[in-house]
Design a protein around this ligand. Structure first.
Ligand SMILES: Nc1nc2c(ncn2[C@@H]2O[C@H](COP(=O)(O)OP(=O)(O)OP(=O)(O)O)[C@@H](O)[C@H]2O)c(=O)[nH]1
Length: 415
């Protein structure tokens, strides 16, 4: 639960990289924008100062006569006609004694004008002063203040451009981070998927796809090598387990299932018989005079005979039947399903017939395979494992007592 919570709260690599890219792009654009803005304001201020000086000089020549004659109307007219639209906010003309002869200010109103004036007062703090000369005497003075509306226009368009640049760089940062993330996150996702499949589903067959970035490709290769090794070990273990399981349930000489396996299959048949009301039979087989074979021809010949007998029994059975070596020279067969006693005795008969051909010995001479068979049928001769096996065993001894190499069906119900 807390791991899920941690996971939900943890920032993703994608989120972190996207944020970092966007912040970096915005910070650099903002810094560059501020610097350009500052340089622009300084340049514009220099330009305005220069312009004010030029206008003041030209105005000084134009109003020289009017100032000498103290013609205020003429000066007003000149100021109005010369200063309109020249980026001047305010102009004042004084005589040599400092007395104001005329003054002019632009008449524009509105928010932009007020803002421009405010900005002019903040940035263009000192007015430009120029003297008016006549016959090499100072006859007056011109005082001009710059109009801040030009500056305001510049600042507004610069800020607008800055915002557009920031939006563009933000979008560019997001696009770049997406591209970069594809290169980084996709291989990492693939690695995580393969690791999850290996951990939770024990699936070691998946492999990480090669990434374009060198470090990630090497990481993927190392991971794939590790998976190769794990898969090899898993395969070896599976083979060992299969071999061990086979060893535990099979006889090493004949390769047939052993007693434990046979009993397990018999239990299954019993459960199925009870559940589905079907019939099956247990055959108990014992080699005849086997001790004599060992004593006469040796243990190896006895082994060869056991292998041959096992093979001949198997050859007479159906795929659904089971033959097992119980130990020594004893075998057991589970015939499942059968229709009745006749089918079981028929198969036993087939087995006896299969024993007839003699077995040539490697050295010289022949061995004559021979088995005696006892038959017990479920449910007539037993309804549990031990009863069925006992019935088949008793029937086998009856067969032996009667005539070796024959079969005997258990008598009646023994439960
Ligand atoms: N070669 C060989 N002999 C085995 C093996 N296991 C048990 N035997 C021998 O098989 C013989 C079994 O003999 P019994 O079943 O007692 O007697 P028999 O000679 O078959 O006589 P009847 O069963 O009465 O016909 C013994 O001599 C065991 O030593 C084995 O794996 N290989």
């Amino acid at each position: 639960m807390s791991a899920d919570l941690d996971r939900a709260n943890a920032p993703t690599l994608g989120g972190v990289v996207r944020r970092a890219h966007r912040r970096m792009a915005w910070a650099s654009v903002a810094m560059a924008g501020c610097l350009v803005l500052l340089a622009g304001v300084i340049a514009l201020r220099m330009y305005i100062d220069n312009n004010l000086r030029l206008v003041a000089r030209s105005l000084a020549y134009t109003v020289e006569a009017a100032v000498v004659f103290r013609d205020a109307d003429e000066i007003d007219q000149t100021l109005g006609s010369m200063l309109q639209g020249e980026g001047i906010a305010f102009a004042r003309i004084r005589d040599a004694k400092g007395q104001v002869l005329a003054q002019w200010g632009h008449q524009d109103q509105g928010l932009i004008s007020e803002l421009g004036e405010w900005l002019g007062r903040q940035i263009l703090t000192t007015p430009t002063v120029s003297e008016i000369h006549h016959d090499q005497h100072v006859v007056g003075q011109i005082e001009l203040s710059g109009d801040g509306r030009g500056l305001l226009g510049f600042l507004l368009s610069a800020i607008a451009a800055l915002l557009v640049c920031m939006a563009a760089s933000g979008a560019m940062g997001t696009w770049l981070s997406r591209r970069m993330l594809r290169e980084i996150v996709t291989p990492l996702h693939s690695l995580a998927e393969v690791a999850k499949a290996a951990r939770y589903e024990r699936d070691l067959a998946l492999r990480v796809q090669p990434a374009r970035i060198l470090e990630l490709r090497e990481l993927g290769n190392d991971f794939n090598t590790l998976l190769d090794e794990l898969q090899d070990r898993q395969t070896q273990l599976q083979h060992k387990n299969t071999a061990l399981a086979h060893e535990a349930s099979h006889d090493s000489l004949t390769g047939l299932p052993n007693r434990a396996h046979f009993e397990h299959r018999l239990q299954t048949a019993l459960a199925q018989g009870q559940h589905e009301n079907c019939t099956f039979a247990v055959l108990f087989l014992d080699n005849d005079h086997f001790k004599q074979v060992n004593d006469t021809y040796g243990h190896e010949a006895g082994d060869a005979l056991l292998i041959e007998v096992a093979h001949r029994i198997r050859s007479q059975l159906r795929a659904s039947d089971v033959v097992a070596r119980l130990g020594g020279d004893e075998f057991a067969v589970l015939l499942t399903p059968i229709l009745g006693n006749d089918e079981a005795t028929q198969i036993a008969d087939n087995i006896l017939k299969a024993m007839r051909p003699p077995l040539p010995l490697q050295s010289s001479g022949f061995l004559q395979p021979s088995v005696s068979i006892g038959i017990a049928v479920y449910p007539v001769h037993g309804q549990d494992m031990s009863t069925l096996l006992r019935s088949a065993d008793t029937a086998m001894y009856r067969a032996k007592a009667q005539r070796r190499g024959s079969q005997h069906l258990a008598i009646g119900s023994t439960t």
